[in-house]
Design a protein around this ligand. Structure first.
Ligand code: NOJ
Length: 574
């Protein structure tokens, strides 16, 4: 074992850790052009470290025409000039490592940009070295693209159609071509040799397509064909090849698994086909929608709990979960599963509801200060390709206002507004007009304000992450859920040996009673975390109406009820 491996507790170092995700374009503008960049990241590393996380995941920072904001890559071995250059990246990497932060990169190899030199060559004809780098057919099948209409686009130059599961500008690579897999390994080595610590692998369960590309059934809206490319026939062989590269380094692999089920995830995470250390699953992101946030339904706590517990129990003692509530693909969680009215309470409760589960927590930029959805006035102001398609494709019989409301609820752009650093112009994100709209609530919701108040969402995230890290029970302990059918309260236990933590989360806007599970009755636990200041009681609020609500809630609390969105974490010794 080399020194680096020993230092980092073998290959399991990721289990103790928590990560911060950076979507760079909106994180911090360091060179004053209105676009977030690596200079900004460099300056904010102390802030990131102060959260108590142990690593950073960078969403793509490579050259890209930005048809899908970085997920359409035109050069895998460079940095987008908007964000800096390789030297600046190395500076960030070195400083991050000196501060004890790991750095993982996004590996997007299901597709490239149509402006990648491989595709530019491939589209020219059937007999150049890149002809078979992509998936070409004389006739399209019936597959849908997940982002833009049908999954095939005609190229007159070559006289054929190419496959794009995502946007038209994201042609799918032909992973059956060994040369393409060699390219992937070479990309991995390029970054690993530079010192990065691992990869988040984009839609990795889609990279192997079924031979003959048969027509698909429409089992989901806009997903005709998915059963022929999700968990495709050679996926585990291909991932085994990539795993080998990682094994040469002390590398960590996290796969994104859209629509993955526990059963299929097991093959990636355990046993002889293990090729990933953990996977981002999606079940828990569908407690208020069906498959895509655009198909909205009322939030159901029971659905959320079912999804959480399904993954927790299935992976117990066998695999490891990647825990998240937000990333660049989903609207803000307070606006979805919490309440903008009970903003601080729900923002803090949501932190406790997932960080103490068994797995590695990920926090997305802005989540830790309770950023919320943006509501733009017109569809023309939105820039995300999938939001624009959704608006123009579905629910066309509804009036435009109603459709715009759906975009307010569902758009990925809500997660991509500039980070709100302070109450100054442009939210302190940039000295000039930012590339995208700043959420108008930035004077109320920003890092500087959150720093000042020890009861803030930001400080609560810090407390949660620190508590998790301080306890073997919270890292490795067993997970048990109580009262799964309760419509207001999520309650779970983490236990190891003689120690237990009981995490109680109210998702209710009204006071509700929480019963103690049998095991804990008659025992006194130590209250180690709570999002209401007990004794002092009422969280400070700016609005008179809220004050009344809080006061009522406080009275109810004295009767033994949980206050709106209250969370309590107790420690018990048995
Ligand atoms: C998943 C990424 O997270 C998302 O942002 C992207 O649009 C698709 N994969 C396609 O790369």
């Amino acid at each position: 074992m080399d020194e680096k491996v020993v230092e980092s507790e073998g290959r399991n170092w990721y289990k103790r850790m928590s990560f911060y995700q950076i979507w760079i374009r909106s994180f911090a503008d360091g060179n004053g052009d209105g676009i977030g960049d690596l200079y900004g990241v460099y300056d904010k590393l102390e802030y990131i470290k102060s959260l108590g996380v142990d690593g950073i995941w960078f969403s793509p920072i490579y050259p890209s025409p930005n048809a899908d904001f970085g997920y359409d890559i035109s050069d895998y071995k460079d940095i987008h000039p908007d964000y800096g250059d390789l030297d600046q990246f190395k500076k960030v990497l070195t400083k991050a490592h000196e501060m004890g932060l790991k750095v993982i990169m996004d590996l997007v190899v299901n597709h490239t940009s149509d402006e990648h030199p491989w595709f530019i060559e491939s589209r020219k004809g059937k007999d150049n070295p890149y002809s078979d780098y992509y998936i070409w057919r004389d006739k399209p099948n019936n597959w849908d693209s997940l982002f833009e209409g049908k999954a095939w686009e005609y190229v007159p130059e070559r006289g054929q159609y190419y496959l794009h599961i995502f946007a038209k500008k994201q042609p799918d690579l032909n992973m059956d071509n060994p040369k393409v897999r060699e390219e992937v390994k070479s990309i991995m080595r390029f970054w690993l040799d530079m010192g990065v610590d691992g990869f988040r692998e984009d839609v990795i369960n889609f990279i192997s397509k079924e031979e003959g590309l048969p027509d698909g059934l429409a089992f989901l809206p806009a997903a005709k064909g998915m059963s022929h490319y999700k968990d495709g026939p050679h996926i585990h062989e291909y991932l085994a090849e990539f795993r080998k590269v990682c094994e040469e380094y002390d590398c960590f692999q996290l796969g994104e698994g859209p629509m993955t089920t526990v059963k299929s995830a097991m093959k990636y995470l355990t046993g002889p086909t293990k090729s990933l250390d953990m996977m981002f699953s999606f079940d828990h992101m569908m407690a208020d929608c069906l498959y895509t946030e655009y198909v909205h339904r009322p939030f159901s706590l029971v659905k959320l709990k079912k999804a959480f517990s399904k993954w927790q129990y299935a992976l117990a003692g066998r695999g490891w979960n990647a825990l998240y509530l937000e990333n660049h693909d989903h609207p803000r969680i307070i606006s979805r599963y919490g309440s903008e009215f009970f903003w601080r309470e729900s923002g803090t409760m949501l932190a406790a509801c997932y960080i103490f589960q068994r797995g590695t927590p990920f926090v997305y930029q802005g989540q830790e200060i309770g950023m919320t959805n943006i509501r733009l006035m017109s569809i023309d102001q939105y820039v995300d390709v999938s939001s624009i398609t959704n608006y123009n494709t579905y629910h066309l019989k509804e009036d435009p206002e109603r459709r715009l409301h759906r975009i307010h609820l569902s758009s990925r752009d809500s997660a991509r507004t500039p980070m709100q650093w302070d109450g100054s112009e442009n939210a302190g994100f940039s000295k000039v007009k930012p590339w995208f709209y700043v959420n108008p609530n930035y004077k109320k919701i920003n890092v500087a304000k959150e720093e000042e108040n020890r009861d803030s969402i930001l400080w609560f995230y810090r407390k949660c992450l620190a508590l998790r890290k301080s306890s073997e029970t919270l890292i490795y302990g067993d997970y048990t859920e109580y009262f799964p059918k309760d419509k207001n309260i999520y309650m779970y236990e983490r236990s190891l040996g003689k120690e237990s933590y009981l995490i109680i989360c109210s998702f209710s806007r009204l006071p509700v009673r929480a019963h103690k599970p049998e095991k804990f009755r008659g025992r006194k636990g130590e209250l180690v975390l709570c999002n209401y200041r007990d004794g002092a009681g009422i969280a400070k609020s700016e609005r008179a109406l809220e004050q009344v609500e809080y006061k009522l809630a406080e009275l109810e609390h004295r009767k033994g009820l949980l206050r709106p969105f209250e969370t309590r974490v107790y420690r018990y010794a048995f």
